[in-house]
Design a protein around this ligand. Structure first.
Ligand code: SAT
Ligand code: MN
Length: 597
């Protein structure tokens, strides 16, 4: 069987790449699919796969008048988010994975997962999905090949990456590609593993059909393996959006911003400035991941390795994100939202009246007033970035964009003020390293508990977090024109648990201050934590419906809150042991001295 498959695989293969052919044959011998299909990324292929997915019930076509080219997918209810406790970094030494990752010894992991993969594609098709992360032909672009038995995964990869023949052409005969193997298996959470082998540039994912677990180009390659490669090769793979902000004078500033999952990266990246900001324009380069490397002019250049958005649906509407609403109006795959009687989709927070009746995300009848959510809180859209009305032309530029500012933002109901600027690069790395955030529905587990989430990379760093922070510090030497670093918090709450800052488009006001600081245009005020907007020449609050007290509350620094914050930071740094970078320990001491002083 195995040898027949191997022969068949190479016969139909649109490549002569010997390493690729041998690997596909080996994986096919293990998983024993009935068929092997090499994906070319063509329209005809999309049609064929979509028709098949509709036939087998994987996709439900939506009303073509209301949502042309859109489909609904319902996942297994046990499989709706990333599973951090089942995600492993498999390095020869445990210390290389570090204390913040689950670890398995590589041989043990291969053996364990081989038992699951053995024969798992019998009766199924193995799709060979070549894809590029980054604009085709770019120096920063990486090639991956994902083998999967899920047509849903293929259709998603087609949107999220540059997939098919073009990627295979870019690879040529090279053996430098990520080897991804995925099977949904029987979607049993007891047999679900997402394993990364950084030394082998390999990912094995079994037992899930959910985005972050199975679209292997995204969190697995672009962040976990990417961060490992970035350290080896002298660049940064980050959980960051990239946007360009253009002033009425036509000056464009590019900014990268890290926020944990489901904290509004997509909204920020597509923001429409409020009416007071006529003539200002925000354009999206990326909404989730940035690969950044020093350019020949001494600046830090960022590319978005992705080609689509895998965004959180609930809360998206014409007020919070009109550009996302346009983006998902056509050619979009919806996962785990509700279905309306007229074949459209619905979710909590959508514009308009709540419908009387729906089919909920699990396919069950739902009535208005039900205490159950109609759409899953982590329901998602997969949409091509070309649908985005404010897509930056630079999103397809292999050179990327020069980054002038880096923002670190967590979801904190207290403690962290609206915005501050780091004193310098090392202090900025300290701000990123000490990020905390309340957990969201993007990962399985409790929602709303504060956890340390350095650079929003806690679930995505492919090696020891201490080494990662040291790599950030070391990058200073290779970037003569360093971006300025900022910290923001849109999520501060008042005594009644209401968000103080209106967020969304109004974040433009904070962004303008950041741009002005980067361009050296506004003075600032020093505080214990960093530089903040001055009361007189600070944030532009014209036309903002917010009391002065509320602004003060959103920007306040409370010393008692900072004392407990420092304790929680200490627990995190202790976890890093001797790998906690010395420069960050000094930053910590300075902060303590300022607080005690
Ligand atoms: O599930 S994904 O990892 O793709 C999205 C996210 O959690 O950021
Ligand atoms: Mn993300």
């Amino acid at each position: 069987m195995a040898s027949t498959q191997a022969a068949a695989a190479s016969e139909q293969a649109p490549t002569k790449n010997p390493t690729l052919l041998a690997w596909v044959a080996k994986m096919a011998a293990m998983t024993q699919p009935d068929r092997i299909v090499w994906c070319d990324g063509s329209e005809a292929e999309k049609q064929r796969l979509t028709e098949q997915a509709v036939k087998d019930g994987t996709l439900i076509p939506l009303n073509p008048q209301k949502r042309p080219g859109c489909y609904l997918h319902r996942s297994n209810p046990n499989d709706v988010a990333r599973v951090e406790h089942l995600t492993f970094i498999c390095t020869p030494n445990k210390t290389d994975a570090g204390p913040t990752n689950n670890w398995m010894e590589p041989e043990a992991a291969y053996t364990k997962l081989s038992q699951l993969f053995e024969g798992c594609m019998k009766g199924r098709t193995m799709y060979v999905v070549p894809y590029a992360m980054g604009p085709l032909g770019g120096a920063s672009t990486k090639i991956g090949v994902e083998l999967t038995d899920s047509d849903y995964v293929v259709l998603n990869m087609r949107i999220m990456t540059r997939m098919g023949k073009a990627a295979l052409d870019m690879l040529g005969d090279s053996d430098d590609f990520n080897r991804g193997l995925h099977s949904t298996g029987d979607v049993n959470p007891d047999r679900r593993y997402i394993c990364h082998f950084p030394q082998d540039n390999t990912i094995w994912s079994f037992g899930s059909g959910y985005g972050g677990n199975v679209l292997l180009g995204k969190k697995c390659l672009a962040l976990r393996i990417g961060s490992y490669l970035g350290r080896e090769e002298g660049w940064l793979a980050e959980h960051m959006l990239i946007l360009g902000v253009t002033s009425p004078k036509g000056e464009t500033t590019y900014i990268a911003a890290a926020f944990p999952s489901a904290c509004g990266k997509t909204n920020f990246a597509m923001m429409i400035p409020p009416k007071e900001y006529q003539g200002w324009k925000i354009e999206t380069v990326g909404d989730d991941i940035a690969w950044m490397r020093p350019g020949p002019d001494g600046r830090l250049y960022a590319i978005n390795p992705e080609a689509g958005y895998f965004g959180v649906v609930p809360g998206t509407n014409y007020k919070t994100n009109p550009n996302a609403m346009e983006t998902i109006s056509k050619d979009t795959l919806f996962t785990n939202v509700a279905l309306t009687p007229d074949g459209d989709v619905w979710w909590e927070g959508k514009d308009g009246e709540v419908p009387e009746e729906l089919i909920d995300w699990q396919g069950k009848p739902w009535k208005k007033g039900s205490t159950e959510k109609a759409a899953h809180p982590n329901s998602r859209f997969t949409a091509p970035m070309s649908n985005n009305p404010v897509l930056s032309a630079k999103a397809n530029d292999p050179q990327g964009v020069p980054i002038s500012a880096i923002i670190f933002g967590g979801r904190r109901s207290n403690t962290v003020p609206l915005v501050l600027q780091a004193f310098n690069w090392t202090h900025g790395v300290f701000l990123g390293a000490t990020m905390g955030s309340e957990t969201t529905a993007a990962a399985t587990g409790k929602v709303g508990v504060v956890r340390r989430d350095p650079m929003a990379m806690l679930p995505f760093c492919g090696y020891h977090m201490g080494d990662y922070l040291q790599h950030w510090l070391d990058m200073q030497k290779s970037i003569p024109q360093l971006p300025k670093i900022f910290q923001v918090n849109w999520f501060r709450q008042d005594k009644n648990g209401k968000f103080i800052w209106p967020g969304y488009g109004e974040n433009m006001r904070v962004l303008e201050w950041i741009v002005n600081r980067v361009q050296g245009r506004v003075p600032t005020q020093e505080t214990l934590l960093g530089w903040v907007p001055r009361q007189d020449q600070g944030l532009n609050l014209k036309g903002l419906d917010l009391s002065e007290e509320a602004v003060l509350e959103a920007t306040s620094i409370k010393e008692d809150e900072w004392k407990s914050e420092l304790k929680s930071q200490e627990v995190f740094f202790e976890q890093l042991g001797t790998k906690a970078p010395e420069a960050l320990m000094l930053q910590r001491k300075l902060l303590i001295a300022r607080l005690d002083g």
